[in-house]
Ligand binder design. Sequence first.
Ligand SMILES: [Zn+2]
Length: 66
Amino acid sequence: MSDLQPLLARENYLDEEWLMAAQGRCIRAWPVESEPYCGDPSDPASHYRFCTPHDAEARDNPAYGR
Ligand SMILES: [Zn+2]
């Protein structure tokens, strides 16, 4: 998974988010109780290790910047 973007600082993640991001899984919050995170493979270009559609969405969202 060395082709992914470096992880952000540890304090930016909840414990579960950290584990998923370290595994290259999308940690975009999912508004369904049974599935709190997206979990799709991270896009190599995503600074948040989101999957491709979620990274595109985040880039358009002022709350995430970048
Ligand atoms: Zn996703």
